[in-house]
Design a protein around this ligand. Structure first.
Ligand SMILES: Nc1ncnc2c1ncn2[C@@H]1O[C@H](COP(=O)(O)OP(=O)(O)OP(=O)(O)O)[C@@H](O)[C@H]1O
Ligand SMILES: [Mg+2]
Length: 274
């Protein structure tokens, strides 16, 4: 593998920004029973690429994404982000990476605080990590908000005042304000109409190219994966049953789970053909 220099200036041995090995999450229910939400997941995400994590509802996608960002404690396994192992790291070490690893949520209507202006919340990441002097925060927020297709006048408003597509644009701005290397997109367009979905996805692609972002895209929709991803894997009850380059995964699925997901996005007329 090529030797690359990471942004921190340290020499990184791998082209991969993220290396996940045998990741596991067991939730304990109230009755004492265990739910194995993620069961031995391994994946490598190359710098600048988009990795698609596909699966039905409840298959463990969000839990995996949250563990990768250190937002959920793993029950086992390892997550190496640009040379730092996150699962066993001290909270302070994970904290230091927070500005470099961010998340865009499915439903920004509830991910934003309804009682604070969106401008405040987008700027919060800059203040929290002390990334720029306070007097520069507003200007940075305006620049980015305009870049995602919104206006400076929107910053004094509240999240409920916006449409679904606008909320996702604001959510993207909030994630990108800290200039991260890596972003987990958790069903970023599932709540949107098809035409608005395409606009948001194209915006994400443009921003990725401009900023050299590495992305983990969580979705149940294979059409999204085809449009956005280089590599992808299919989760079934917490296990990664298949993974590989997207063109290979889509043209030659090796498992019934992948085939079923593929059938779900085909036109009924096409799927019905011999
Ligand atoms: N905090 C929790 N406590 C107990 N069980 C949980 C918790 N979070 C998730 N689970 C369980 O873990 C499994 C995986 O959930 P997860 O939310 O990761 O799935 P998902 O693939 O993101 O689903 P969806 O497509 O519906 O968002 C499910 O069985 C879920 O009920
Ligand atoms: Mg989920």
């Amino acid at each position: 593998m090529a030797i690359e220099k990471s942004r921190s200036g340290k020499r990184s041995r791998y082209e991969d920004l993220l290396v996940v090995r045998d990741l596991r999450k067991v939730f304990r229910g109230s009755g004492g029973h265990e739910v194995v939400a993620v069961d031995g997941v391994s994946l490598d995400v190359r710098r600048g690429q988009t990795w698609g994590l596909i699966g039905e509802s409840g298959s463990g996608k969000t839990t995996t994404g949250r563990m990768v960002l250190g937002l959920e404690t793993a029950s086992g396994g390892s997550v190496d982000f640009d040379g730092t192992e996150i699962v066993k790291a001290r909270p302070r070490a994970v904290q230091a990476l927070r500005s470099r690893m961010r998340m865009v949520f499915q439903d920004n209507g509830s991910a934003f605080n309804p009682r604070r202006t969106v401008g405040d919340q987008i700027g919060f990441g800059l203040r929290r990590f002390g990334l720029v002097p306070d007097r520069e925060v507003h200007g940075r927020v305006v620049d980015l908000v305009e870049r995602v297709g919104m206006e400076a006048a929107h910053l004094d408003r509240y999240i409920h005042e916006f449409s679904g597509g606008q909320r996702q644009r604001l959510g993207i701005a909030r994630a990108l304000i800290t200039d991260p290397d890596f972003v987990v997109l958790d069903e970023p367009t599932a709540a949107l109409d098809v035409s608005v979905q395409a606009q948001v996805l194209n915006l994400l692609k443009d921003l990725q190219a401009e900023r050299g972002l590495t992305l983990l895209l969580v979705t149940h929709n294979l059409a999204l994966v085809e449009h956005m991803c280089d590599h992808a894997g299919v989760l079934e009850r917490g296990r990664l049953v298949e993974s590989g380059p997207v063109d290979q995964l889509l043209s030659d699925p090796q498992t019934e789970t992948t085939q079923l997901l593929l059938d779900a996005v085909l036109e009924p007329t096409l799927a019905g053909r011999p």
